[in-house]
Design a protein around this ligand. Structure first.
Ligand SMILES: *[C@@H]1O[C@H](CO)[C@@H](O)[C@H](O)[C@H]1NC(C)=O
Length: 304
């Protein structure tokens, strides 16, 4: 599918919004906030959409460039590393960004339900639902080259700060795991919006020094300060899934939003969901704490 092009004016507006967003959004020092201080709120603008396998029950998503040496230099491809779930359907995939073509795919044995995945160094790490078991794959050919075990009883989301792995397990906690030291838990923290814990943290991405997490069964993405676990902001993605339903694109049925990927070089944010037929490129747009934003924020809290 072709990329839906923006007019130059809209594209420039998007870049301005992004620049402002990144300046405001920097979380290097996690300024002290009183517990009652409101987080920032963001809506979104869709700037492009890409094909996505509607039979992929997306559980992990990460953007990457794979470069290969050629005669004259090197050629690079933009890919998503994608982990899919469901017993008997779970896979680890390399997916071409431009057209959704699956370039490589390694199926998992049917007793495993794939969950979060992330690249660290020249390996991909993938965790599994309701277990501490994990699998290691080579890049870019996705050969399974090893297994590991985390101390977690359940695996949901996975990302990395470039050194440690960061995992979620469906609770309100984030766990820092050290792959160089037996995947031991180095650090863990509760994620709180003010005095309220944020349960069901799912797919994760490290973006601009923050951890971004989508909350299972909601349209919410939390921007979390990794030093404190505080929610600095909420991306309110309400309406994105509905936009696919409205266009009758959800032939296979669809499940919830799940999947955040970040192109660091070009500052592009990608969002998809389980069995969604599209991956969206979106730009967060700051919004005020209106009644509408506060009501949407309320929907980000699910029962434990
Ligand atoms: C947000 O609130 C500020 C201050 O009240 C106001 O100046 C601004 O126009 C508002 N922005 C939007 C998008 O409503």
């Amino acid at each position: 599918m072709s990329r839906r092009k923006l007019s130059p004016v809209r594209a420039r507006a998007s870049i301005l919004v992004w620049t402002a967003f990144l300046l405001i959004g920097s979380c290097q020092h996690c300024p002290a906030q009183s517990t009652e201080q409101l987080p920032d709120f963001y809506g979104y603008e869709v700037v492009a959409e890409y094909a996505h396998d509607p039979y992929a029950f997306t559980q992990g998503l990460q953007f990457d460039n794979i470069c290969e040496r050629t005669g004259g230099g090197s050629a690079c491809k933009e890919v998503f590393w994608e982990s899919t779930g469901m017993y008997g359907e779970s896979t680890m995939r390399a997916v071409q960004v431009a057209d959704g073509r699956v370039l490589a795919k390694t199926p998992m044995a049917s007793q495993w339900f794939g969950e979060g995945a992330t690249r660290l160094g020249d390996k991909l790490y993938q965790i599994t639902w309701l277990s501490g078991a994990g699998f290691i794959y080579s890049v870019p050919d996705l050969k399974q080259v090893g297994t590991f075990t985390t101390p977690l009883n359940d695996g949901w989301g996975l990302t990395t700060d470039g050194n440690l792995l960061v995992a979620s397990d469906g609770s309100e906690q984030l766990f820092w795991l050290d792959p160089a030291n037996g995947f031991k838990i180095v650090r863990q923290m509760r994620v709180m919006d003010g005095s309220k814990p944020v349960f069901a943290l799912n797919e994760l991405e490290f973006i601009g020094g923050e951890v971004w997490a989508n909350v299972w069964q909601t349209n919410c993405i939390a921007r979390i300060c990794p030093e404190t676990g505080k929610v600095k902001g909420w991306l309110l993605m309400h309406g994105l899934r509905q936009s696919l339903q409205d266009r009758n694109l959800a032939s296979n049925g669809m499940d919830v939003l799940n999947g955040i990927a970040w192109d660091h070089h070009r500052q592009r944010l990608f969002i998809t969901g389980k069995y969604w037929p599209r991956i969206f490129e979106v730009v967060p747009v700051p919004v005020n704490a209106t009644d509408d934003a506060l009501a949407k924020r309320q929907s980000c809290f699910v029962r434990k």
